[in-house]
Design a protein around this ligand. Sequence first.
Ligand code: NAP
Ligand code: ZN
Ligand code: ZN
Length: 352
Amino acid sequence: MKAQPIKAYGTKAADAPLTEMKIERREVTATDIEIEILYCGVCHSDLHTARNDWGGTIYPAVPGHEIVGKVTAIGSSVTKLKVGDSAAVGCLVDSCRSCDSCKKDLEQYCLNGFTGTYNGKEKYLGTQTFGGYSEKIVVNEHFVLKVPANLDLAAASPLLCAGITTWSPLRHWKVGKGSKVAVVGLGGLGHMAIKLAKGLGADVTLFSRTPEKEKDALQLGADAVIISTDNDQMESVKKKFDLIIDTVPYVHDVNPYVATLAISGTLVLVGYLGGLEPILNTVPMILGRKSVAGSVIGGIAETQEMLDFCGEHNIVSEIEMINMQNINEAYERMLKSDVKYRFVIDMASLKK
Ligand code: NAP
Ligand code: ZN
Ligand code: ZN
């Protein structure tokens, strides 16, 4: 398979900064779409991968899975989009497409393992996959999304991960008018969870460690803010929520949030991967038929459903645009929760 060299930004080791590098993209096959990347959101998973927080990072690593751009070439059998159209790519670029999960449009739970947009396996070239901190990407049309024309492309890019990752649990647990939803952590995922839950008609509360974020949360659509370190405030929402979406990236005590679940309520973890500490106490779960669950991104059909919903409700992310060359500084700010509320890279800066 022929490959073309392109410019990207990535890292060669867990403790090395991201720098400019050359990577290869496969040439367009019959079913592929080639996209010139205009904007790429910066997800906390990019940082986890660059720094090998989860283990298993293959170097060099080029992160980025909140990709929007313009179609520059299509394969001979592509029907979904044409050259010049806007297009988007999220966290998945391939899956087996034949297992039970894939047949149910749950490619994110592919029983043979989905191919991540970065740090996955590039089937054609035999290398790792490289993400959106790059000039272009070549993706099978099934995994390419359409962006509603009324949405600002840069502000829409975070929908491709932060949006779908919070949308999928909202839909799975059937959130609608009158549902009581809480969100833990006001970052990229958290602020999209507030907007999407509000869009679905829910009553939304934010749990945050950061009192300075209260005003923003209310402006984003939250009905209430609870400072999670304040015991009286935590006590005031006991047994209240039908669904809690916990976006905190690092190990933290989940038990105080379980106490705020209503009978039969669910707390879904989407942030932290690993063993919980302190351990989870099952007593309130058993006595209240409560669940603690997990969820990863969303399938392709569900991602398109979310994008279309955002088009109808004019929902996009709150973004701070950065140049590619400022990515290392952006990671440091993200670690301090100093993002309002998603960094998006203007990929034109990579051409400089
Ligand atoms: P982010 O923008 O950094 O936001 C995380 C928020 O969590 C922070 O703004 C902060 O909110 C809170 N927080 C941070 N550190 C904390 C700590 N040590 N203890 C308590 N709260 C803390 O990150 P993000 O991009 O939204 O991603 C969140 C997590 O989801 C990451 O781990 C990411 O890898 C993961 N993720 C998972 C999926 C999936 O499919 N499941 C998809 C995308 C991302 P406050 O200041 O308001 O407390
Ligand atoms: Zn992500
Ligand atoms: Zn599959």
